[in-house]
Structure formats: C-alpha cells, structure tokens
Design a protein around this ligand. Structure first.
Ligand SMILES: Cc1cc2nc3c(=O)[nH]c(=O)nc-3n(C[C@H](O)[C@H](O)[C@H](O)COP(=O)(O)OP(=O)(O)OC[C@H]3O[C@@H](n4cnc5c(N)ncnc54)[C@H](O)[C@@H]3O)c2cc1C
Length: 264
C-alpha cells in the first residue's frame, strides 16, 4: 500500500501565488503587495489565474512528498514528469539482499492462481538476486585482493559492484521510496493526467493520496483539479472510459468526497 506524506511545502503558498499574480497587474511596491490580501481576495486571485490560464504565478509554490511502498513500475511513470524533482532509493547502493519487498497488484491478489504464480516468481527473483550477488562479489573480491587491495576496503567495493549488476534480475514489482518536489503548476498537470480513469491503477491511487494531502494545506489552489473531462473534454478519444458525468460528480465536491477537513 502506497504511503504519502507531504513533508514540506511553501509557507503561505496561496498568499504567495496571489502576491505574484497581483504584482503582474498592480503598480504597487513589492513590499505593499501582501497588505490587503484577505483570504477572499487570495481566493479571487487564484480563481482568476485559473480562468485566464495564467498559470506561471503558481510555480512559486512548491510541495514535497515522501512516497513509500510503491513499485518500480510506478517509478518509471512518475519520473516522466520532468517538471518535478526526484530523489530515489538506489538499487546500486542499497542491497535488496534481506528479501526485497514488492507490490502485489490488486487483480493478482484477488485471483488465487495468479497470486500463487506471482509469489513463486518473486521467490525465484530473490534467489537469483542473492545467488548472482554472491557469485559477482566473490569474483570482484578475488580480483581486488590479487590487485593488492586492503581486505575491508575490497569487501565493501566488491559488495557494491556485485549488487550493481545483480539488480538486473529484480522485477518491476520491487518496492521503492522517493522524495519528490512539484511546483503547484506541475502538480496540477500531474493530477490532470494521473487522476484520469485511464491512468494506471497504482499511480492513480497515488495521485489521489497526493491530492488529499495538498487539499488540506492549499484548498483554493487544488479544489478544481481533476482529469481533463472534469475541466473540459476528455482527451482519450476512442479509449475514453465514457464516465464523464461520474467523474464530474466525484470531483465537484472533492473535499467531501475525499473526506478532507482543510486546515485553513
Ligand atoms: C494514461 C497515460 C498513458 C501514457 N502512456 C505512455 C506510453 O505508452 N509511453 C510513454 O512513453 N509515455 C506514456 N505516458 C507518459 C506521458 O507521455 C508523459 O510523459 C507523462 O504523462 C508526463 O507528462 P508531461 O510531459 O505533461 O509532464 P512534464 O514532463 O512534467 O511536463 C509538463 C508540461 O511541460 C511542457 N513540457 C515539458 N517538457 C517539454 C518539452 N521537452 N517540450 C515541450 N513541452 C514540454 C508540456 O506542456 C508538459 O505537459 C502516459 C501517460 C498517461 C497519463
């Protein structure tokens, strides 16, 4: 099960976005911008930016998530979002030797025969990983010792070199963890693509968890996000899920539907 924590975000993010927006249209000094920005005016500025598609002021607010318990398959997808920053646990430096953890897709979990086959493969992957790590390590170690390396140092280098190649047998299901930072504009783009019914189940679930956490701290910025069909029309063409009305209903009252009690 994916776990998401909003570990950091721009202080007074909505005020900052409103200030940046106001600056574009005001002759005021920068030091004066904050002065009469009441919560209502902040909301109006954010609404105006959304309506106009004037999205650059939203780039000043950023949100950092700690994400755990997701698969490497998800990692391949989330890191396609180029306007975000990622730090990911390394399979080069962190050994999976204690038995790697993996994500079991719900559909596989549901069907006993599929689950048995899946677990068997995971077990085999682990065995192959451990076996390869041992073979490679021994080989590296021998070379290093023959080359005159100190035993402790050689052990360390050989271990790292071994897992660097042994990891090639690890599956997409392998769990990973990351810290990622999105600015609000990039995050909205992420939500538009990944909250769609057509998005893959794991990243869609993650997108809902991320949305839930940012709605608690920036409800004006994120209360109108959703897949393309919610804000306009579906872009999936023939592949459309055809559930535009249900999606609109779900996203029309996000705070209620995601059981969120905004902090501000
Ligand atoms: C349902 C679904 C299916 C997908 N299937 C596939 C697939 O089969 N194969 C595959 O390879 N990918 C697939 N993707 C990934 C998809 O093509 C995008 O790479 C991913 O969603 C990131 O979106 P993005 O480029 O908008 O995000 P970001 O990289 O964060 O970019 C944000 C925005 O910045 C602009 N931008 C960023 N970089 C450039 C640039 N170099 N030039 C011009 N504008 C830029 C664009 O407007 C872009 O929308 C899929 C995505 C989804 C949601």
């Amino acid at each position: 099960m994916a776990r998401v924590a909003l570990i950091s975000y721009t202080k007074e993010c909505e005020l900052l976005v409103a200030c940046a927006a106001k600056l574009c249209y005001s002759a005021k000094e920068i030091s004066e911008l904050k002065k009469d920005l009441t919560p209502n005016k902040i909301k109006n500025f954010i609404d105006m930016l959304t309506k106009l598609g004037h999205e650059s002021p939203m780039e000043h607010a950023s949100f950092t998530f700690g994400i755990e318990g997701v698969s490497r398959a998800l990692l391949a997808q989330i890191t396609r979002h180029r306007i975000a920053s990622f730090s990911v646990q390394s399979q080069r430096y962190v050994s999976q030797g204690d038995g790697f953890s993996y994500v079991v897709p719900p559909e596989i979990e549901r069907i006993k025969e599929a689950k048995d086959a899946f677990l068997k493969i995971m077990k085999e992957c682990k065995k192959s990983y451990d076996n390869l790590s041992l073979i490679l390590k021994e080989n590296h170690l021998n070379k290093l010792i023959l080359g005159g390396a100190n035993a402790n140092e050689a052990e360390n280098i050989a271990q790292k070199a071994a897992i660097e190649d042994a990891r090639f047998v690890l599956p997409n299901a392998c769990k990973t963890k990351m810290i990622c930072t999105f600015n609000a504009r990039s995050l909205m783009n992420f939500f538009e693509r990944r909250l769609c019914n057509r998005a893959q189940w794991e990243i869609r679930k993650l997108a809902f968890l991320m949305l839930k956490s940012v709605l608690e701290v920036a409800p004006n910025l994120f209360s109108r996000v959703g897949p393309a069909c919610v804000c306009g029309s579906c872009k999936e063409g023939k592949m459309s899920c055809g559930k535009q009305e249900q999606m609109r209903e779900l996203f029309s009252n996000l705070t209620k539907n995601l059981e969120i009690s905004p902090a501000n």
